[in-house]
Design a binder for this molecule. Structure first.
Ligand SMILES: [Zn+2]
Length: 212
């Protein structure tokens, strides 16, 4: 029988003991936590004004790497959304706006200055530097965030750490430790990863039926 015992858990990390499943399945859970559990990240940026010294592309790249708090119950992956629109809709994208300037002294613009149309979906950390502005320089942009998966690009990885260690090889006992980027609670990353494994196994069983 499969057993899961939680040793340690808070918002950002979870440590569990998994008993009674083959190493390959335990490892699949570890891998799915990194690559298959979606999170929100900024994917498209429309620069309206940029008089800073930094190129538009570099600013867009930096914005993409800011972890955003994610709600998987309200948003769907663009490919799964019924809007079928490249522009997206309120179910598959969120607009964040940045409008900042430096008046009389040089200053750094931080992630906390991004204004999101969804109060829930916002940077998990308000102090990630985006761009430095010299006096009289300004930055104004619209950033579109959407769900994506780590296998597509690392910016959508929900985890900063996901490791599996054998506790006892003979009896199939493993310790799995997951640390979240802050976009999703660590416990949710684990349960979603297990759901992905379950779904894959169901699909595989269905395929086997076709073969017979
Ligand atoms: Zn949509």
């Amino acid at each position: 029988m499969v057993k899961l015992q939680v040793l340690e858990q808070d918002e950002t990390k979870i440590r569990v003991i998994i008993k009674g499943i083959h190493r390959s399945y335990a490892n699949a859970i570890r891998r799915f936590a990194i690559s298959e559990v979606p999170t929100m990240a900024i994917d498209e940026v429309v620069i309206l004004d940029n008089s800073s010294a930094m190129y538009d592309e570099l600013i867009a790249h930096r914005l993409g790497l800011i972890p955003l708090r994610t709600d998987l119950t309200r948003y769907v992956l663009p490919e799964d959304c019924d809007c079928k629109s490249t522009l997206g809709c309120p179910k598959c994208r969120v607009l964040l706006v940045l409008d900042a300037e430096a008046i009389d002294k040089t200053r750094e613009v931080y992630s906390g200055e991004l204004k999101s149309e969804d109060e829930f979906v916002k940077p998990t950390n308000n102090f990630i530097p985006i761009v430095k502005l010299a006096p009289r320089q300004a930055i104004k942009l619209e950033a579109y965030a959407r769900l994506g998966k780590g296998k597509e690009h690392a910016k959508w990885q929900p985890t900063t750490v996901s490791v599996l260690k054998p506790v006892s090889d003979d009896e199939d006992v493993y310790m799995l430790y997951i640390e979240s980027s802050g976009s999703l609670p660590a416990g949710e990353i684990l349960t979603r990863a297990i759901e992905v494994l379950h779904k894959r196994l169901v699909e595989f069983t269905e395929k086997l039926k076709d073969v017979k």
